[in-house]
Design a protein around this ligand. Structure first.
Ligand SMILES: CC(C)(COP(=O)(O)OP(=O)(O)OC[C@H]1O[C@@H](n2cnc3c(N)ncnc32)[C@H](O)[C@@H]1OP(=O)(O)O)[C@@H](O)C(=O)NCCC(=O)NCCS
Length: 190
């Protein structure tokens, strides 16, 4: 069981539970072509975004298998909500999880994904006691692949044509990191 009520602080970011007033920033994210390119989601309507926010409000807790923790990412310097990160508890028995991150294009290329997912991996390994955390990304998503390598995650698989979206087959890459690898990693970006 893991519950986040207070924001997690990193050097430049806060990872915090969603609030109802995040609706405009989340809608901006979920309608941005650059963000959606590899996510297989059509642009959201405002009603859909409101529905997602309503779900997100209680997604600050991992109580059991298949629960997802989804936190808003806020830039401390500006107070702006710039994205979201998620941690899914894939298996309680086998201590497995999966991470993901989405940043608004104006917040990309500044190391924020590495910073925020690092905080989430810390949480996964030290507070939730997971042994292995995976991430999956479209095989063409170069920024995501670079970020996963930067985090010390290893590519374990190439899943050919595993997603059919918008009339096209997409390959995905599977990455993973073990608790022991995270504990002995070199600093991200180093
Ligand atoms: C995937 C995604 C989160 C990666 O974000 P990102 O900002 O590129 O990733 P990082 O935080 O690792 O940033 C690293 C980049 O910032 C640069 N950078 C600038 N200042 C930096 C700093 N202080 N510290 C570290 N890196 C810094 C690095 O040089 C690097 O640039 P490069 O990728 O051109 O080599 C982002 O592309 C995204 O949100 N995409 C849309 C949604 C999506 O596809 N999500 C993934 C689904 S699996």
């Amino acid at each position: 069981m893991l519950r986040i009520d207070e924001p997690l602080e990193t050097d430049r970011l806060l990872l915090r539970p969603f609030r109802t007033d995040d609706v405009d920033a989340l809608h901006d994210l979920r309608t941005c072509e650059d963000v959606l390119r590899y996510l297989y989601w059509p642009p959201a309507t405002i009603e859909q975004t409101r529905h997602v926010i309503a779900q997100r409000l209680s997604m600050n807790t991992l109580s059991g298998e298949n629960d997802s923790l989804v936190l808003a990412v806020e830039e401390r310097a500006t107070g702006r909500m710039i994205g979201e990160v998620d941690l899914r508890w894939l298996s309680v028995e086998h201590r497995q999880g999966e991470v993901g991150a989405i940043l608004h294009p104006r917040a990309q290329g500044r190391g924020f994904a590495t910073e925020t997912v690092s905080a989430l991996l810390d949480l996964a390994f030290t507070r939730l006691g997971l042994n292995r955390v995976t991430a999956q990304t479209n095989a063409r998503n170069a920024a995501s692949i670079r970020a996963l390598h930067r985090l010390g995650m290893r590519q374990e698989g190439h899943l050919r044509q595993c997603v059919h979206f918008a009339g096209t087959w997409h390959d995905e890459l599977l990455f993973a990191i073990l608790a022991e690898e995270w504990a002995s990693r070199a600093p991200a970006g180093g």
